[in-house]
Design a protein around this ligand. Structure first.
Ligand SMILES: Nc1ncnc2c1ncn2[C@@H]1O[C@H](COP(=O)(O)OP(=O)(O)O)[C@@H](O)[C@H]1O
Ligand SMILES: [Mg+2]
Length: 324
């Protein structure tokens, strides 16, 4: 994989690290923002950290002056293409995927439609009709999908709001209590939770990093497990057969390409008890803290954290339209 360190001429421009924001993933974003800015500072890159939730005038002043933006942020308003659109309009180069991949990637239903058209295996699911009565909707879902089903927000990350419904009653009751959120129901595939990073190298070639497995007592990689407040063990590289590994890598690379992701992305899968990999979602701005999943995968591939960050930073200068 062709990844080279920064050279001194690249250190002169000021990099604005955009973090925080107002999504429900704000905490995780701030953690990435702090570690990214700290590591870039230590390498001699001039950084300025800004919080997307700053007052509008301050935010615009900081963005207009920025020579490059490093996006260490996640969730709605930031990972969904809105921030990318603003930066495109202001002419500020930024890290990660562009508007299209970000917007589609943030919507789990649209993302699955796009990747499944490219032959990637995805669980069947349906959008919850917000105006339908919970009992009617529970009956419709139960006739379409075998129980249990996973209920999850269409445009949220970090396992926020994920629920498992094992019976028609628990499904109706869950629907009754979350009436104001855009939700989807999806076939539950018991199995192992794996995530796999994709990195585009300097030659424009896509590489899948070694997958990471998150092992939790009930098999669901929950909000608490992600925050470190519930039991969770990590294995990277994940212990999977050579066939499953090939399957995961080729599906992750195909999903990155099909969604028009740029520079890097992380794909979440379930590997079921038959070893089949089911693509769940893309994270177009995966967390980048030093101990986070993406950094772990890079490390397992021999790419140290600092090199990973400089490579991602350099991706800001590559024209997204020139890439597959
Ligand atoms: N269809 C499914 N079958 C089994 N487990 C699932 C399914 N969908 C989600 N999960 C579990 O929930 C976790 C979070 O789901 P995911 O779709 O990645 O959403 P988020 O954006 O919140 O991370 C997954 O890593 C997995 O452990
Ligand atoms: Mg996920």
């Amino acid at each position: 994989m062709l990844i080279t360190p920064l050279d001194p001429t690249e250190l002169s421009s000021t990099v604005v690290v955009i973090t925080g924001g107002w999504s429900r993933e704000r905490d995780r974003a701030l953690l990435s923002g702090r570690t990214v800015a700290g590591a870039l500072d230590e390498m001699g890159v001039k950084t300025r950290v800004i919080d997307l939730s700053e007052p509008r005038e301050d935010l615009l002043d900081s963005l207009v002056e920025a020579e490059r933006a490093f996006l260490a942020i996640a969730g709605r308003g930031a990972e969904d293409g809105r921030l990318q659109g603003l930066l495109e309009t202001l002419g500020v180069p930024y890290t990660g995927s562009g508007v299209l991949a970000s917007a589609i990637g943030m919507n789990k239903i649209h993302a699955k439609t796009v990747v499944s058209a490219a032959g990637i295996r995805v669980p069947v699911g349906t959008r919850i009709e917000p105006r339908a009565l919970p009992d009617d909707e529970a009956a419709r879902i139960s006739s379409m999908l075998e129980l249990p089903v996973i209920l999850k927000p269409i445009s949220e990350g970090g396992s926020i709001g994920i629920q498992l419904a094992t019976s028609g009653e628990s499904l109706a009751s869950a629907l009754f209590h979350v009436a104001d959120e855009e939700l989807m129901a999806e076939a539950f595939h018991p199995g192992r939770t794996l995530s796999i990073g994709v990195l585009e190298d300097r030659a424009g070639l896509l590489h899948a990093l070694p997958p990471l497995e998150a092992v939790t007592p009930n098999g669901i990689y929950s909000y608490a497990a992600k925050r470190g407040t519930a039991d969770c063990a990590y294995h990277c590289p994940a212990r999977v057969s050579a066939i499953t590994l090939d399957d995961l890598k080729s599906q992750a690379v195909a999903a990155h390409r099909t969604l028009h992701c740029h520079s890097y992305s992380r794909h979440d899968f379930i590997v079921d008890n038959d070893g089949l990999a089911w693509w769940l979602e893309v994270n177009t701005l995966p967390g980048l803290s030093k101990s986070g999943n993406f950094a772990r995968m890079a490390q397992a591939d021999g790419i140290p954290y600092e090199l990973l960050l400089t490579h991602i930073l350099r991706g800001a200068d590559i024209d997204r339209r020139a890439r597959p």
